[in-house]
Ligand binder design. Structure first.
Ligand SMILES: Cc1ncc(COP(=O)(O)O)c(C=O)c1O
Length: 448
């Protein structure tokens, strides 16, 4: 028997949205009860990197569930989580050799923040508590991660949030600093230094940033020297740099971790999503030898436990994901197919509505504009992003369309981050649908 979207009892996120009810998935596609097919152009929430319906993951999960589904991390260790931690340490740059597994990206960010706080506390620098993050960012829904987040989703809960500082992000096309453009002087990185000095370096524990920012719209890709400069500034003031790789990790940008694009290594990497390819909730924090040493110096525990920390079943899924990624050359594939996807999306510039197109690996997007010269966004009241989304979902393509950074300023954009197993023909199919949707929505707006 098929149930409607909410059966009258299930809270769904948006009461205005008529949710398609999906019952099955295979590869880049999901299917509703009537057999209608949707391309999952956002790999679920960016997590289903290996595609839907992977039998090998399901079979190995079932075996692990029979062998050992759960042990409580406060009472027992297990070899599966230990093995996955070792495998991730091999993938990570520098001395990021230690892992604490949790149940998702928000928990991974929370864990990273607490690791940073405890690191300073146990080194006798208990005053270091302040966190600096960036506007136009998303770091998760739990209150620490939401305090770090710099976008509109904060508003309803702002009385509960920690008073973390936010600086402007590195968004090359929409740079808010003087002197940017052809002659970028990395004013956005120097802004971090100013914020640290303002807060007092003795008070600042950590700086948090997504390697490629997404919350403001199409991917914001920093110039090659942004993160090296961030590294220098953090070192100068004893501030830990936390890279939020929840979306960008596990091959999404054409490298295993996105920070591998640049000559700079963070102190902590928060991860989630791709680690389990959507087959179970999982996330975590990777951190350096030095942090581990300081943490355990006085033989005190890490006072931050969730029931599902270092869970063996999720870890087995993580190991299987890594095996499949290696067998199928997923990171290299993401780099190569990402270039193809970006080239194909660039062809949509034949539509005057398509503004700046940006991408890194299989994380691609474009701004939707009413005019390219002068560069003008549509008024937010037209909700162009919602029109595009509605049209595409009817046609059978699910993408991520946003209406700006969430602070009321305009800026519709479309983001596409499909499963990393997508083929050229499937990319072509997706781009054709986008092409048609842009024409249809333009006509609709002109008719009004
Ligand atoms: C960059 C980033 N960090 C953290 C999160 C939170 O992850 P989760 O929703 O798995 O808790 C997300 C989720 O989209 C994200 O995009």
């Amino acid at each position: 028997m098929s149930y409607p979207a909410d059966s009258g009892h299930l809270l769904l996120q948006d009461p205005r949205y008529d949710y398609p009810v999906v019952e099955r998935g295979e590869g880049i596609y999901v299917y509703d009860g009537a057999g209608k097919r949707y391309i999952d152009g956002t790999a679920g929430a960016g997590n289903v990197i290996l595609g839907h319906g992977r039998g090998r993951i399901a079979r190995i999960m079932a075996r692990q569930a029979e062998t050992l589904a759960f042990v409580f991390t406060s009472h027992f260790a297990n070899p599966v989580a230990a093995e996955l931690a070792g495998r991730l340490a091999e993938k990570a740059p520098g001395r990021l050799n230690h892992v604490y597994f949790v149940s998702g990206g928000s928990e991974g960010v929370e864990t990273s923040l607490k690791l940073a706080r405890l690191y300073h506390l146990r080194r006798g620098q208990g005053q270091k508590h302040q966190v600096i993050a960036r506007w136009s960012s998303y770091h998760g829904a739990t209150l620490g991660a939401l305090s770090t987040t710099g976008s509109g989703v904060r508003h309803a809960f702002s009385p509960w949030l920690a008073g973390f500082e936010h600086i402007d992000p590195c968004l090359p096309r929409a740079c808010l600093f003087d002197g940017c453009g052809e002659t970028c002087t990395l004013a956005c990185a120097r802004e971090l230094e100013r914020a640290i000095v303002r807060a007092g370096p003795e008070n600042v524990a950590a700086f948090v940033a997504e390697p490629v920012s997404l919350a403001g719209g199409a991917p914001g890709i920093p110039p090659a020297d942004y993160f090296p400069r961030i590294r220098e500034i953090c070192d100068r003031y004893g501030v830990l740099w936390i890279a939020d790789e929840v979306v960008t990790g596990f091959g999404r940008t054409g490298r295993f971790f996105a920070v591998r694009h640049w000559d700079a290594v963070p102190d902590i990497v928060a991860f989630g999503k791709g680690v389990s390819s959507g087959y179970l909730p999982m996330g975590g924090a990777l951190f350096t030898d030095e942090i581990r040493q300081v943490l355990e110096d006085k033989k005190e525990p890490f006072p931050h436990v969730f029931t599902y920390v270092n869970n063996p079943l999720a870890a087995r899924v993580g190991l299987t994901v890594l095996d499949l990624m290696e067998d199928e050359g997923i990171v290299e594939r993401s780099a190569a197919m990402g270039e193809y996807l970006l080239d194909r999306i660039r062809t949509l510039r034949s539509h005057p509505m398509v503004g700046d197109v940006r991408g890194l690996g299989m994380l691609v997007g474009f701004e939707v504009v009413s005019n390219r010269e002068p560069y003008t966004y549509f008024p937010p009241s037209l909700k162009v992003h919602e029109r595009l989304h509605r049209h595409l979902i009817r046609r059978g393509l699910s993408i991520s369309a946003t209406g700006g950074p969430g602070d009321g300023s305009p800026g519709d954009s479309v983001r596409i981050f499909p499963p990393l197993v997508i083929t050229r023909a499937e990319i072509d199919e997706m781009v054709e649908m986008l092409d048609e949707a842009l024409t249809a929505v333009r006509r609709q707006i002109e008719r009004e």
